[in-house]
Design a binder for this molecule. Sequence first.
Ligand code: PMP
Length: 427
Amino acid sequence: AAALRRQTRRGEANAAPAPSFSQLPEHQEMERMRRAGALIGVENPFFRLHDGHAAAQTRIDGRDLLNFASYDYCGLNADPRVAEAAKAAIDRYGTSPSGSRLVAGCRPVHDALEAALARHYGAAAALTFVSGHSTNVSTIGHLMGEGDLILYDTLCHNSIQIGMKLSGAARRAFAHNDMAALEALLIENRAQYRHALIVTEGLFSMDGDAPPLGALIALKERFGCWLMVDEAHALGCVGPGGVGSFALEGIDRGKVDIWMGTLSKTLAATGGYIAGTQALIDVLRGHASGFVYSVALAPALAAAALCALDLLAVEPGRATRLQENAALFLTAAREAGLDTGNAGPFGIVPVMVGDTLLAAKLSERLLQRGVNVMPVMFPAVPMRAARLRFFLSALHSEADIRQAVALTADALEQLRREGFGTALPPG
Ligand code: PMP
């Protein structure tokens, strides 16, 4: 005991004070960006406070704005029927399930939602989690492990990437939607690993394009891999009635091993889900840490999502209107000389600007002119690939879309004339 006391005293004497969090590299980078922004008069575009429903319109600082920054693809976020379903669930079950599903968290509404999701994907079963992010982290993190291989589209979402890191599996990215690159990686690597998983998204969240699902299925069958498709944005946006990416090429849904999605976009709630075989769902129910060791999805959110999923099916015109809006946006943007990258007529349209501060300034100018749209910049997208990302809604009118495009083209041209986005700082 005396020796231990002496050791502890020595350790205490030698210990340097813990560094301030402001010395962390990410804090210093944020400070650098803040100073650069202040120098040329760009406000931080993030964490704006919204009031009311965030739908095709929103209210910020007491001003009503056209909104292109919320995921209300099919206009269900402010639907009174969805709100009523959530309120009825609160009256019946309270606000919190007060336990993990294993312990005391199960309510009939969870089973009903999971059955409806399973039906949607033609799958045997489904499982819900408290967030879409934790769904990917827990599912990929648990299913894959050392000695396994994950091949993923380079544009896959952060939650997929964190799940891959957690898993300890070997990871190889293939160039966006590049099937020749994926095939080459499979030829080179597949034989050295036990299980292999290919991961893609049904609608890419930054670029607004869809994957070649038929080609992915052919490769996964040829090389004996599982295929996981993240439908977070695809549900509500892609295919007739917004059913999802499988409708684009008439894919047999059973060919995708793991359907993943989120409740936080088209389904007007928060939470995430997996749909697949009964064995897959059994494994996740018993072992996925974000399910086993986390509270159940709040019953009100499960009820809202279930109602929204029903409405999506019985009111397919919502997805049609969204897709018409997206097609109109793309045409108008091209006519106005804006670069929309590879975006398809779904629900997400980027307007590429390149420079980070130009993207932030453009978002600020548009806010002043009555349009709320967010910039996306490194590290969410590659360096010099900053953009504004427009989330469209079935509730936007033709005039809303035309106005947003015209204002964007005008503000971008004006900012470029002022010297933003060039090598030299303006002024
Ligand atoms: N996957 C993708 C492709 C996403 O874009 C997102 C979030 N935008 C998620 C998963 C995580 O979902 P959530 O925000 O519902 O947690």
